[in-house]
Design a protein around this ligand. Structure first.
Ligand code: APR
Length: 253
């Protein structure tokens, strides 16, 4: 299949589906200026060892390393804007095709683009909490303290360390991951994976719950061999073209 045939096939699968969900990864946000983790040459984990920085253990044993390594990335992410891929998924939901998005991304760009049903299974950067008394804070509180070189940021009540509401290596998965998994198990007859290497479990298990798969990813994934359609194109372009194919003629650009 050539690219146009792949887009047409993807749109046909979406039209005939009754439970269409999308799973997104860092590759969807690279076109918003946020580097992903595993693209050779630019992926974050080529420069920083995640196991030595973005973990619960490092946060507690060496909070300065955590806040100096992982936190800069967090703060830059909050400045990013959605791209054509995020807006295309919001349109697919608006048109009534897409039932929900499960995202590994903590950048909040799906919500910024107007998607309503979004499971942020690796957390987000809107808030944080105290490791001691669990008091909650807006993310800006952590940023402000770090900017004032108060590293690690501490709780204003009990002076314990503050942490962001992201899922770190070593954290349990949040309850909404299991809610998403249950929903997929019950309802998902078609999943589109956009911008994920599908190598990090348990999220990488989720595509196996879909009856049919569409994959939009620049590099091959372990699920390519079982997907109905594999589109090796940028998410921004491919998702936009699929949404265009789905939209009524009079609304097409
Ligand atoms: N369009 C399509 N695909 C892209 C684009 C793009 N513009 N940019 C990058 N990609 C692809 C890459 O080829 C890669 O296969 O997106 C994929 C991103 O994979 P990862 O960097 O591994 O990101 P992700 O799958 O989201 O990682 C999962 O790993 O470190 C943890 O918690 C972190 O949530 C993250 C998890």
């Amino acid at each position: 299949m050539n690219y146009h045939e792949q887009i047409a096939r993807a749109a046909a699968l979406i039209r005939e589906s009754t439970g269409f969900y999308c799973l997104t990864g860092a590759g969807l946000s690279t076109e918003s200026g946020i580097p992903d983790f595993r693209t050779p040459g630019t992926g974050i984990w080529e420069k920083i060892d995640p196991i030595k920085t973005a973990t619960v253990e490092v946060l507690q044993s060496n909070p300065r390393l955590f806040y100096e390594a992982a936190f800069n990335r967090f703060a830059s992410i909050t400045l990013a804007e959605p791209n054509a891929g995020h807006y295309a998924l919001a349109r697919m939901e608006e048109m009534g095709y897409l039932k929900g998005v499960i995202t590994q991304n903590i950048d909040g760009l799906h919500l910024k683009a107007g998607s309503r049903k979004v499971w942020e299974v690796h957390g987000h950067l809107r808030s944080g909490y105290c490791l001691g008394c669990k008091k909650r804070y807006p993310f800006e509180e952590l940023v402000q303290q770090v900017e004032l070189k108060r590293i690690p940021p501490v709780c204003r009540s009990c002076y314990n360390i503050l942490r962001p509401d992201v899922v770190l290596f070593g954290d349990p998965m949040p309850p909404l991951f299991y809610e998403a998994e249950e929903t997929l198990r019950r309802c998902c007859d078609l999943m589109l994976v956009a911008g994920s290497s599908l190598v990090v479990y348990p999220v990488a298990f989720l595509p196996s719950l879909a009856r049919k798969l569409i994959i939009v990813n620049l590099q091959p994934t372990g699920y390519d061999s079982v997907a109905e359609v594999v589109i090796h194109e940028k998410c921004g372009k491919a998702l936009h073209d699929i949404a265009e194919m789905l939209s009524p003629r009079e609304e097409r650009e």
